[in-house]
Design a binder for this molecule. Structure first.
Ligand code: IMP
Length: 452
């Protein structure tokens, strides 16, 4: 690697979640943001929820990159994001009303627009899938009754919007908001197709090009100054030696290709999504921080091998305030699954781990960590099978460690953690094979142990 290459490689850092989301990526982005010139979203949409506390104020962001909270930083929504313009404008207005300067945000003209019918489609698909699952196929077909096949989506229209991106002819991109005449003509065939599809699914509402233009045009005008070619913008910044931070939304195990399919989201959530979602090649990314919660949580349906539907799970949920930022749903809770985390760390090529919410585990008598799965036929594996049907019958094999009774929220140096907590961290590092760079022991920015 030449000196120039190596310098540019380190100009980019990615922060990605290694489980099913809500690992605390927002806090790590918040810690790192001051050292970067641009903070970039590359995937997902308003399904994500980042809570950041800055200057004692709590901000819940869904679409706007958390970099917006830092004056002088460029906040970029890359082409891989699906943008709900209503949510975006509401979020920008909310930030502006709290005195945040939102002028430094740029949205890719190539990002796709979540249209009102996408949300209707998301609802209808979920309803039909859950009904289909409830119909017992036992007996005649000789098959067991099926559990619901609904994904448990956030109903933000994410899947239908990405599906239209793949369908192409029915896609609407952010640049289309800037040319309502062209969009209106295209909406004729889009509405014809969408209405037929929605009605076939039992939907009652149909859409006209006129009403959709009336919805889109004012938002296009409003967002116009913030819409641009973010691919050139990013390459120009990198060429000028600027530093770029990529903020992953959702998380690795929800990745459309590599997650627990089909119970995943519809985007490339890992660092593998950065090149396609921004136009910046992977060779530019020199540092990847994998964010991992000290236990597991999941929102929505799908397998979770270490789930605890019991008093331990309830206790962790309450202590960790494990309720969705986007939907308010109680999160499913389980022990730390290192088989899954090691898989995600491998996919993301992580350079270091940030272990979050360690304080939530204090006071438990013992801690369990899953280090392999027992599959059908007694096979034991340390490999993660990213397939919902295989995972749903996998049984966890745990290592049990002593718990740490003391509160750790005031600890700032790893050596000063209780020995049991250090043992827990050592096991994570050894098993995943990656050093821990951050340990979070409370929600505040200061409640972080930095360095090994
Ligand atoms: P969708 O992204 O709304 O289509 O939902 C697909 C699955 O991903 C559901 O199980 C959601 O609960 C889950 N999901 C999507 N985004 C997030 C997130 O940011 N955190 C946690 N779960 C998420």
């Amino acid at each position: 690697m030449t000196a120039a290459n190596s310098q540019s490689a380190h100009a980019c850092t990615a922060v990605v979640g290694l489980q099913w989301g809500d690992e605390g990526k927002g806090k790590i982005v918040d810690l790192l943001a001051p050292s970067y010139d641009a903070i970039v979203r590359y995937n997902g949409g308003a399904n994500a929820g980042h809570s950041v506390v800055v200057g004692g104020e709590r901000y819940a962001l869904h679409l706007v990159p958390s970099g917006i909270l830092y004056p002088g930083k460029q906040s970029i929504i890359g082409n891989g994001v699906v943008v709900d313009p209503e949510v975006l404008i509401r979020e920008l207005d909310g930030l502006a009303s709290r005195g945040v300067d939102v002028s430094g945000m740029v949205i890719s003209d190539r990002a796709h627009v979540v249209m009102p019918y996408h949300k209707a489609e998301d609802e209808l698909r979920e309803k039909l899938l859950s009904q289909a699952g409830n119909v017992s196929t036992a007996g005649e077909a000789g098959e067991p009754a099926q559990a619901s096949r609904a994904i448990g989506t956030t109903k933000r229209g994410i899947g239908p919007c990405y599906a239209d991106k793949a369908h192409r002819a029915t896609a609407v991109r952010v640049e289309d908001l800037l040319r309502p005449d062209v969009l209106k003509r295209r909406l004729r065939h889009i509405c014809a197709l969408k209405n037929a599809y929605l009605q076939a699914m039992g939907g009652e509402k149909t859409y006209t090009p006129e009403e959709l233009i009336a919805w889109a045009e004012p938002m296009g005008r409003r967002l116009a100054p913030s819409i641009g070619d973010t691919t050139y913008l990013l390459h120009d910044m990198l060429g000028a030696g600027k530093r770029v931070l990529f903020e992953g939304a959702n998380a690795a195990l929800l990745d459309v290709d590599h997650g627990t399919h089909p119970f995943v989201t519809s985007s490339s959530t890992t660092v593998l999504g950065i090149p396609s979602g921004t136009g910046v090649p992977g060779s530019r990314i020199g540092n990847v921080i994998g964010v991992v919660k000290a236990y597991s949580t999941r929102v929505g349906n799908g397998p979770m091998v270490t789930e605890q539907i019991n008093a331990v799970g309830d206790r962790i949920r309450e202590r960790g305030r494990e309720y969705g930022t986007t939907t308010g749903r109680p999160r499913r809770v389980g022990w730390l699954d290192l088989v899954a985390v090691r898989y995600s760390a491998m996919l993301n090529g992580v350079s270091s781990l940030a272990v979050m919410l360690l304080d939530v585990l204090s006071g438990l008598d013992e801690l369990r960590v899953c280090t392999s799965y027992k599959l059908g036929g007694g096979t034991i594996t340390g490999r993660f099978p990213p397939d919902a049907d295989i995972l749903s019958v996998a049984e966890p094999v745990y290592e049990t460690l002593p718990g740490f009774p003391d509160e750790i929220t005031t600890v700032r140096v790893r050596e000063q953690l209780p020995a049991q907590a250090r043992r827990y961290l050592d096991l994570i590092e050894r098993f995943v094979g990656v050093p821990i760079s951050h340990v979070s022991v409370g929600p505040d920015r200061a409640q972080t142990i930095i360095g090994q």
